[in-house]
Design a protein around this ligand. Structure first.
Ligand code: BTN
Length: 252
């Protein structure tokens, strides 16, 4: 069943097609004053954007493709990783209600076992030291039965559980969870956010294979620093720190 926008917990713009919901919302925000949490959801994207200039593929009507805007003027730019953490946690915790084995692959991919079920693309605008606007774009594979794109390891909720889902119901629940975490962030109550995030990490235990500019190595995750740096410890007990894109997880 599709929810009508009036019954939705945040302002909702539902469009059938756009190049990218992030682009659509960026344009909307540049044109007029937009209420915080305004969410654009599309049935299909013609040029969905992923991280590192990659594309994001999704069959029409099958999956969740949405972007929403936050205006976190209270948050210093050096603490912007908290936005990533609350969004990842909200999605992970919603997906936990449908299946086991969901985790957050640092910095903010959502995984089921060794496969990617959700990608997040956050685009922040800064004003002085603080964040004036944050547009978060999220793709969650929900009802797609097969993937043909070159993405290495996609999986959908349908492939995991054999069931089809009402994507607007999932979207509603995620936005409620994000609102709740965002209120916590506004109160500067960040310790449980950080603790939950670390507890939810993909590969939080054991030695696993990684690759950086110097080659492949085995390591364990030590922690994620407040600014988002991942700290690994390799076999010779040497600590190695990485910002986004500086290290690759080698998957099974
Ligand atoms: C990733 O590469 O993991 C991030 C993928 C983000 C995809 C979503 S789909 C909705 C929104 N619009 C876009 O163009 N990208 C994001």
């Amino acid at each position: 069943m599709m929810l009508s926008p009036e019954l939705f917990p945040v302002p909702l713009v539902h469009i059938s097609e756009t190049n990218s919901t992030n682009n659509y919302l960026q344009t909307l925000c540049a044109q007029e004053k937009i209420e915080e949490f305004t969410t654009v959801v599309a049935d299909f994207q013609t040029s969905g954007r992923g991280q590192r200039g990659n594309s994001w593929e999704s069959e029409p009507y099958k999956n969740l493709l949405f972007s929403f805007v936050l205006l976190p003027e209270f948050l210093e730019a050096r603490r912007q990783f908290l936005i990533s953490q609350i969004i990842s946690l909200a999605i992970k915790e919603e997906l936990d209600t449908y299946t086991n084995d969901v985790s957050i692959k640092w910095p903010n991919d959502i995984y089921w076992k060794e496969k990617k079920i959700c990608g997040i693309l956050i685009e922040n605008d800064l004003m002085g030291r603080n964040i004036s606007q944050s547009i978060a774009g999220i793709g969650i594979n929900i009802n797609q039965e097969e993937f043909h794109s070159p993405a290495p390891n996609p999986v959908s909720l349908y492939q995991i559980t054999g069931k089809q889902y009402d994507i607007f119901e999932v979207l509603k629940n995620i936005m409620l969870r994000i609102q709740s975490y965002y209120n916590q962030l506004k109160k500067n109550d960040t310790s449980s956010i950080v603790a939950h995030y670390e507890k939810s990490l993909f590969r939080k235990e054991g030695m696993h294979r990684y690759k950086d500019a110097d080659g492949e190595f085995l390591a364990r995750i030590v922690c994620v620093e407040p600014e988002g740096r991942l700290i690994l410890e390799d076999e010779s007990q040497t600590k190695r720190g990485y910002m986004f894109k500086e290290v690759e997880y080698l998957l099974k």
